[in-house]
Ligand binder design. Sequence first.
Ligand code: SAM
Length: 284
Amino acid sequence: MDVRNHHLKEDIREYWSKRSETFDLAFGHRIPPGSEFEAWAAAIRDALGAAPCRVLELACGTGEVTNVLLSLGHQVVALDFSEAMLQVAQRKHAGNDRVRFILADAENTMEPDAAYDAVVCRHLVWTLTAPEQALADWYRLLKPGGRLLAFDGNWARPTAIGRLAQGAVGALERIVGHDPHYDGAMSERHQAIMSRLPFGDGLTAERLVPLVAAAGFGDIRVLSHRPIASAQRRTADLRNRLRTLFYRRFILTAARPTVPEARKQREGGAGADPVSDTGNERRP
Ligand SMILES: C[S@@+](CC[C@H](N)C(=O)[O-])C[C@H]1O[C@@H](n2cnc3c(N)ncnc32)[C@H](O)[C@@H]1O
């Protein structure tokens, strides 16, 4: 293993472990019941279908997305490399025999080949240290026809509207005080880690799609995160409503082809052809 990579992973693990107990208090992490929960459930159902299946959830953190997956009837193996995060998730889901938690590296899961119908992750891809290796591993452990579903965003650069919203939150916080739980997104430690990550200068769907295609995935779709953001705005206070505007988020789905790509090409079929259903995420 690359020694620099090893230190970077240790720093990432330590960073999240320190945040494990208060992670759910920061806006956007906990998925509250009601319209926001329904919006996450709808996005997952649209991507994976309604039938319960065998899901590997990568970087489950405190088990919030796990909760949505379980509500949809899926059988879940949820992994994270932070023991502290896993402990919070385990406490939350104690007694549920449809979920099993494992301590593992999402970039090298050691899970068996072709064992899962779906791989799901939220807010993991931006922090990968070796994205190509990770995608190859996820492809390997999916059954042919199995789906990858990733929720992520560009946390390195706010959008133009996001910069205005950040200014407004800054002004508000001069009156009401700083929110101690809201992301260390701008904290020094976070910045120091970001600067060493492959996507440290910003993860976009346009950057991710070619890597997903190169790993062998097909049927790549970039979907809008807007229904989730608007559900979040329905119940959030003003400061958090503004926070939903900071960064461009996206949903990516892809499938491990049932017919291997090489055979498809020999037979004259189309390769990966990403589709975007969003206004602001351009077709890559
Ligand atoms: C931003 S949190 C997201 C947690 C959860 N997915 C959610 O959305 O609530 C990032 C999580 O990724 C985990 N993580 C980061 N890199 C990882 C890796 N290589 N293997 C396993 N877990 C990883 C961290 O420990 C942390 O729990």
